[in-house]
Ligand binder design. Structure first.
Ligand code: MRU
Length: 354
């Protein structure tokens, strides 16, 4: 039985409405589903920093719109004031979050459009930048569907698939990367069930992945992060599919904190560990995982949640938001250009060969 695809209709993470950007406020899901408006690069940067929008591809799309919004704000400015103001917009967006390379990839694409149109009237540059932001978002959905098709072929009918964090429609412009693979497999008629790690401390799994799957009636079971090993040891997980924030040139994978733990467990139990990875998430400038900048977030995310604080006052806290899974633990990268098994430097370089 083929299921209908509700993903892009139901979850439009970012949308352009009446000259401004609107983004789903992912901090308050699933209790509330609401859009917040954004009208400048600084506002979008704050939205990224505070996690209104999160997930590597969605952050990239938001940053592109942030540049476009700033250019719209500066439409009436002189060429000089436009250049100064827009540069400031690029800078504030680049400083919002450090790990997901899609942010910098999207800013580079916006910069290239600006550079290529420098000689034109300010109004024309604005139009080109906005068109580019729309294109980045539309491309993202197309890329996710292509990855979904490749990845779906890797999952057997009846597979029980563990995922970590949220690499769904909410983390992209639509369809998702890891959840895109699951969606595509379900749309192809496979009976897939999802085991969602809750994903401490920000709870992207419990709040966002579980919500997306429940919305679409894809069977989902929520576990706390420390239960994955137990389920694997009992033969209750057939595959792991996760997303990524940055893949180094040698195939090391940065993703949400806790992913490395899952990869080690998967190897121990001979369970395939797949990473859904658009080419925009591969950073050839970074030789290996040790060189990937890892964001450290506020201690309050670990000592409690929202208004409820449970840790002893005065305790020291570490809160790295991402970790690195060595390439040797990755069964395959699923990209829009196909599946790269046992990724290494040569195979990754091959993706960019033509
Ligand atoms: O801190 P977040 O929520 O932005 O982290 C998101 C992740 O780690 C995702 O797994 C990753 O960005 C891939 S999203 C398609």
């Amino acid at each position: 039985m083929n299921r209908q695809d509700h993903s892009s209709a139901a979850v439009q993470t970012l949308r352009w409405r009446e000259g401004r950007l609107e983004m789903i406020d992912q901090r308050v899901l699933p209790a509330r589903f609401e859009y917040l408006p954004f009208t400048s690069a600084a506002e979008v940067a704050e939205g990224i920093r505070s996690m209104v929008v999160r997930g590597a591809p969605a952050i990239g799309c938001a940053a592109a719109y942030g540049v476009a919004l700033e250019s719209v704000r500066l439409r009436g400015a002189t060429r000089e004031a436009f250049a100064v103001g827009l540069q400031r917009g690029f800078d504030v967006l680049a400083a919002s979050r450090p790990t997901a390379v899609n942010l910098f990839w999207a800013l580079a694409r916006m910069r290239a459009v600006w550079d290529a149109n420098q000689h034109r009237a300010v109004g024309d540059i604005v139009d080109c930048l906005l068109a580019q932001a729309h294109e980045i978002s539309a491309d993202d959905v197309r890329i996710n569907r292509a990855m979904g098709a490749y990845g779906a072929a890797l999952l057997a009918d009846g597979a029980r698939v563990l995922t970590h964090c949220n690499a769904g429609a909410l983390a992209t412009a639509g369809h998702g990367t890891a959840l895109g693979v699951i969606r595509s497999a379900v749309q192809a008629g496979k009976r897939i069930s999802v085991i969602a790690d809750e994903t401490r401390p920000f709870l992207q799994g419990a709040r966002l992945t579980a919500w997306e799957m429940v919305q679409e009636k894809i069977p989902v079971t929520l576990i706390t992060d420390n239960m994955a090993g137990h389920l694997m040891s009992r033969g209750e997980i057939d595959a792991v599919v996760v997303g990524t924030d940055r893949v180094a040139a040698n195939g090391d994978v940065a993703n949400k904190i806790g992913t490395y733990m899952v990869a080690v467990l998967a190897q121990r139990h001979n369970i395939p560990f797949y990473v859904a990875c658009p080419l925009s998430t591969i950073d050839l400038a970074v030789p290996d995982g040790a060189a990937i900048p890892i964001e450290e977030r506020a201690a309050e995310e670990v000592t409690g949640f929202r208004d409820c604080q449970w840790a002893a006052k005065g305790v020291q806290v570490r809160n790295p938001a991402f970790d690195v899974t060595p390439a040797e633990l990755v069964t395959a990268l699923i990209t829009e250009k196909g599946v790269v098994t046992r990724p290494n430097q040569t195979r990754i370089a091959g993706l960019f060969a033509d």
